[in-house]
Design a protein around this ligand. Structure first.
Ligand SMILES: NC(=O)c1ccc[n+]([C@@H]2O[C@H](COP(=O)([O-])OP(=O)(O)OC[C@H]3O[C@@H](n4cnc5c(N)ncnc54)[C@H](O)[C@@H]3O)[C@@H](O)[C@H]2O)c1
Length: 340
């Protein structure tokens, strides 16, 4: 298959690109704007492989999208491109609106035009999130649950999902949506909970925990989510939504304590800080529909976390340039704490 992977220089997009290229023999073209979170370092082990190419450009730029499509001649477009940090969406929502609303629209228009001319019938897959459903105290969200996003991040992701569905209903674009729960694993930018805590613990820096730390998340390994996306692309029914949740739930404070154990850090490094405004208490996804297509998650949280800690320990080349760059200012602004 020939794939155009938008946002493929980020954490999950690069995991998906690696999997499709190395395990499935697909041809992969990545289109990515390279925001602070997008990095060519994420291609280090497959950049030179035949069948891989990279185009730098924004999904909201019709010329960049047309150029990438001409180069890739894709059978499918998979859209990971997004601003993904909820805290940043609270401080500066504009890039979220531009990328999620305008960017998704530009991609859908390009896909709609191609649909009429492509030999094999182009598929479109939108990568989405459990955050579109909002918070749930008990039970799990299914694909039929109401959409109740609570941050500018999740609201703009929801808008993009609705636009994708409208292109299926209005123009017959064979589009599917795959909504993942909280991802973790190698190559995740250190502003997110797990890599932030791992790197701070390894450096003996404070471990900032929002509120009481009892926010519960349903953790999925990025390799499992990438496989779910490939599975939905191959077997999903056009117009449908598929949730892909991880096998384990865990409150944030418990995640932090496990990281302390795995790194040998001191528990006294934990510092409770003012909670994020509108912080959702619990996310939980039912994945019955995608399981019925034959996918199931392979990595349990405990073993995946241990491997992830080991990866960050062994790959300082990857995170050192981030931790010594603009990230330091972001971190100081966000938590009022310094990094060593
Ligand atoms: N990380 C999670 O826990 C999680 C969970 C469920 C769903 N998702 C979704 O998965 C996707 C990928 O998330 P991630 O964690 O890998 O994010 P990430 O922040 O690591 O990567 C996002 C990538 O998109 C690129 N990008 C941003 N704006 C762009 C634009 N306008 N044009 C082109 N490229 C652009 C960035 O440069 C970066 O490479 C997102 O759509 C996100 O909503 C993430």
């Amino acid at each position: 298959m020939r794939l155009l992977v938008c946002g493929g220089a980020g954490f999950i997009g690069s995991t998906f690109a690696r999997q499709r290229l190395l395990e499935h023999g697909d041809e992969v073209t990545v289109l990515d704007k390279l925001t602070y979170a997008g990095r060519e370092e994420n291609f280090h082990d497959f950049a030179e492989r035949p069948g891989f190419s990279f185009q730098r450009g924004a999904i909201e730029d019709p010329d960049a999208v047309a150029g990438a499509i001409a180069a890739a001649e894709p059978d499918a477009i998979v859209n990971f491109a997004a601003e993904t940090h909820v805290d940043r969406s609270i401080a500066e929502p504009d890039a979220f609106v531009r990328t999620h609303a305008l960017g998704t629209y530009v991609l859908l228009e390009a896909a709609r035009t191609l649909k009429g001319t492509g030999e094999h019938g182009l598929r479109y897959l939108q990568v989405s999130t459990d955050e579109v459903y909002g918070s749930i105290e008990q039970g799990t969200f299914t694909e039929e649950s109401p959409l109740r996003p609570s941050s500018p991040y999740s609201a703009t992701k929801t808008g993009a999902d609705l636009l994708v569905q409208s292109y299926f209903h209005t123009y017959g674009l064979p589009a599917v949506i795959c909504r993942g729960s909280n991802n973790f694993g190698p190559y995740q930018y250190p502003e997110k909970l797990i890599p932030l805590m791992i790197l701070n613990a390894l450096h003996g820096d404070r471990l900032p925990v929002y509120g009481d730390g009892m926010q519960v998340r349903n953790w999925i390994h990025a390799g499992d989510f990438a496989r779910a996306i490939g599975h939905v692309l191959a077997h999903g029914v056009p117009g449908e939504v598929y949730n892909a949740g991880g096998p384990d739930e865990c409150p944030n404070i418990e995640v932090v304590k496990r990281i302390i154990e795995l790194t040998g850090a001191e528990e006294s490094l934990i510092e409770y800080v003012t909670d994020r405004p509108g912080h959702d208490r619990r996310y939980s996804l039912s994945s019955e529909k995608v399981r019925a297509l034959g996918w199931s998650p392979q990595v349990r949280f405990a073993e995946g976390l241990e491997e992830t800690v080991a990866w960050y320990r062994e790959n300082a080349w990857w995170w050192e340039p981030i931790r010594s760059g603009d990230y330091r200012e972001y971190y100081q602004r966000q938590y009022g704490l310094g990094l060593s």
